[in-house]
Design a protein around this ligand. Structure first.
Ligand code: CP
Length: 305
């Protein structure tokens, strides 16, 4: 039995295989419409979500399976003090696979130790979000036609943005990736990640606080929201929340084939006027998220077409 807690739980070969399956699903959706007949997905969301929970549920329904679960901790027995371990042991009696989001870093990993069925981390605190990473990788591959030889700008809250941490960990396993980390000083990418990637051959990074000066070099621009829910002090959030706003004026400095990604939800960091630009890929990412989760669940449930 496999759990996916970190993107590193999948080898590069497995990631590429999942992306290949996802590509095939886009061309041949009907082929997959009964592969999970009789299977049940439980979505255990102790923290809010729109895309991740609903895309997991839509994915399982499109594969022929069914779904159960809860969307807030308050509607579960966590409010009575039940541990995540006991929760998954219980839910494992009702479902074949679990997708769990939790505000505490490491909670899905702890849950996986006692779970009788595969557990997928659907986001744990400011730590990791591996299925968003599969979404991002599929989008990058479909938009750019490659996963190597890329200059990737990551902009915004690089400290608390779990999608950034997971995506960096994934991209460092491909060739010739140059990261440009764009953030205010208070929201820089964690030192542990910089340390991890600093000695990998073919991987380089620079840090800057200026989007305008960096944007012209980028193949990918990964915009992120300042993660309000991770701040201890509201004044700091208000001061930092609009540090970067991508608008048409800044986009005029970018390459014609830039791909703009954002895990969403967006607040102010991308102006609405950018949505109609051909370089805006964030709503394609939403669709890709459902497809790649279908491919991942098929793999973990060991079902085939
Ligand atoms: N990208 C993402 O995780 O979105 P949700 O918080 O809406 O699930």
């Amino acid at each position: 039995m496999r759990h996916i807690i970190d993107i590193k739980d999948l080898s590069v070969e497995e990631i590429n295989e999942i992306l290949d399956t996802a590509d095939d699903m886009i061309s041949n959706r009907e082929k997959y419409s009964h592969v999970c007949d009789g299977k049940k997905l439980a979505t255990l969301f102790f923290e809010p979500s729109t895309r991740t929970r609903l895309s997991f549920e839509a994915a399982m329904l499109e594969l022929g399976g069914s779904v159960l679960g809860f969307s807030t901790a308050e509607s579960s027995s966590a409010t009575k003090g039940e541990s995540v371990s006991d929760t998954v042991r219980t839910v494992g009696c009702y479902a074949d696979i679990i997708a769990m989001r939790h505000p505490k870093e490491g909670a899905p990993m702890v849950a996986s130790l006692k779970s009788p069925v595969p557990v997928i981390n659907a986001g744990d605190g400011g730590h990791n979000h591996p299925t968003q990473t599969l979404t991002d990788l599929l989008t990058i591959r479909r938009e750019k036609g490659r996963m190597s030889n890329l200059t990737v700008g990551m902009c915004g809250d690089l400290m608390f943005g779990r999608t950034v941490h997971s995506l960096v960990n994934a991209l460092v396993r491909y060739d010739n990736i140059n990261f440009v980390f764009i953030s205010p000083d208070e929201l820089k990418i964690p030192d542990y990640l910089k340390h991890e990637i600093s000695n990998i051959e073919g991987i380089s990074f620079v840090e800057t606080d200026c989007l305008e000066s960096a944007i012209g070099d980028l193949d990918i621009l990964y915009m992120t929201r300042v993660q309000k829910e991770r701040f201890f002090n509201e004044a700091d959030y208000i001061r930092l929340k609009d540090s970067y706003i991508l608008d048409m004026q800044k986009l005029a400095l970018a390459k014609d084939d830039l791909a703009i990604l954002h895990p969403l939800p967006r607040v102010n960091e991308i102006s609405r006027e950018v949505d109609d630009d051909k370089r805006a890929c964030y709503f394609k990412q939403v669709e890709n998220g459902k497809i790649v989760r279908k491919a991942l669940m098929m793999k973990l449930l060991e079902v085939e077409v």
